[in-house]
Design a protein around this ligand. Structure first.
Ligand SMILES: [Zn+2]
Length: 71
């Protein structure tokens, strides 16, 4: 899978950016899938750190959930 994303409207490469709250915390997506192992057994859900891509032409912002398998 390539790291490059294209704007569906402009067809140009989108720039990857980091997203943070004003408190400096990273945004996390919580999935409906239970965490693997012990934490899943107590109801913890898998979390994902989204990748943010911004179109330099029209300013469209897209979030991609990168499912890297880092435990
Ligand atoms: Zn665009």
């Amino acid at each position: 899978m390539t790291d490059q994303r294209r704007c569906p409207d402009c067809g140009v490469d989108m720039e990857r950016m980091d997203v943070q709250t004003t408190d400096g915390f990273k945004l996390h997506l919580v999935t409906n899938e239970p965490k693997r192992g012990l934490l899943g057994g107590i109801g913890m859900k898998e979390t994902l750190a989204p990748s943010v891509y911004v179109c330099p032409e029209c300013g469209l912002v897209r979030l991609y959930a990168d499912r890297d398998e880092a435990d």
